[in-house]
Design a protein around this ligand. Structure first.
Ligand code: ADP
Length: 320
């Protein structure tokens, strides 16, 4: 192994930069030549490579988003896309590719690996929905942001006897809504994985009102419904007793400086990706289980959506 390239793909996540920094610096220490590819697979197909040195990744530990930039690349979905990507890497004599992204990015990575390039994936997504890892890079930071939003809403909710419905990111996965909601002290959390009914929410809120509670905090993951719809429904069905507002933090949940946990995870995973490539591994993702890093076949990591922790959900509902 002489040359390794790294790219970020799909949705950005805090900590992706720290992962790039670790990949580049660990590769340089191992005597390899390191390349960054701008704008994910799109940049790969357009040949947007730049050789990286220690200085190229300076200051990346703290920054959110992706300095290499992310992109969605429809050409990779065409039959010729992954083959063309592999040929470009081969022509540049790049032996190894590190792909930092979510399950879509890993599907692309797997196809490039099938054309003979050694590829390792690092899970970078705020959704935490990748099978084979208990944590993804960016999840902890996004949870912090969501709970920060809920905390602040609580102040105004309490002062004005208002109820808030906060819409969390997560079209298919409720991990962010669950962790962020629990940490933010939400009273009700609605997830795509757990069926829910409007009447049950009404009953919960009515019970809370009879207990003397003057405000309620509801978190709904995008995949479980829209905050604005739930607000309209609650206002119409609670006899106008409640002043309900929607809050949609949206892409705020993607940004920001990564937490310590995300920085450390990204750095450990980045190092392991280089080590795996040097050991000749390919088509694997670096995942974390019980605090240890492990190599998981990309076929497993792309197989399904990791389902939420039901026990934690029950606990959130018990204490909420
Ligand atoms: P994420 O990696 O965050 O899940 P996407 O699902 O948008 O994000 O995937 C990112 C990119 O990965 C896509 O724009 C495309 O270039 C590539 N990709 C996704 N699915 C496939 C696939 N089935 N085959 C090849 N490439 C894919």
């Amino acid at each position: 192994m002489k040359k390794i390239a790294v790219l970020t793909s799909g949705g950005d996540a805090p900590g992706m930069n720290a992962a790039v920094r670790a990949v580049v610096r660990c590769g340089l220490v191992a005597g390899l030549r390191m390349y960054g590819i701008r704008r994910g697979y799109e940049g790969l197909l357009e040949g947007r490579f730049e050789e990286m040195d220690n200085y190229s990744v300076s200051g990346l530990m703290y920054s959110g988003g992706s300095r290499l930039e992310c992109a969605r690349c429809p050409e990779m979905l065409e039959p010729h896309g992954p083959e063309a990507a592999a040929q470009i890497l081969e022509r540049r004599e790049i032996d190894g590719l590190v792909v930092i992204g979510g399950d879509g990015s890993f599907r692309g990575a797997l196809k490039i690996a099938e054309h003979g390039i050694k590829v390792i994936g690092l899970p970078g997504t705020i959704d935490n929905d990748i099978p084979g890892t208990e944590r993804t890079i960016g999840f902890d930071t996004a949870c912090d942001t969501l709970s920060w939003v809920i905390e602040r809403l609580r102040d105004t909710a309490e002062s004005h006897h208002r109820t808030f419905v906060v819409e969390a990111m997560g079209r298919h996965s409720g991990w962010l809504a669950l962790f962020g909601g629990l940490a933010g002290g939400a009273d009700v959390i609605l997830l795509p994985e757990i069926p829910w009914e409007h009447e049950a929410i009404c009953q919960t809120i009515t019970r809370r009102m009879t207990e003397g509670r003057t405000f309620h905090l509801v978190v709904i993951a995008e995949g479980a419904g829209r905050a604005t719809d739930l607000v309209s429904w609650l206002q119409a069905n609670l006899d106008g007793e409640l002043e309900v507002r929607a809050c949609i933090p949206g892409h705020i949940q993607r940004g920001g400086t990564p937490t310590t946990l995300d920085r450390v995870l990204a750095t450990r995973m980045g190092q392991r990706a280089v080590q795996a490539l040097q050991a000749g591994r390919t088509a694997m993702m670096i995942g974390e289980a019980k605090g240890e890093l492990a190599e998981i076949p990309l076929t497993e990591a792309t197989g399904s959506c990791r389902t939420i922790d039901k026990e934690l959900y029950d606990l959130a509902m018990t204490v909420g």
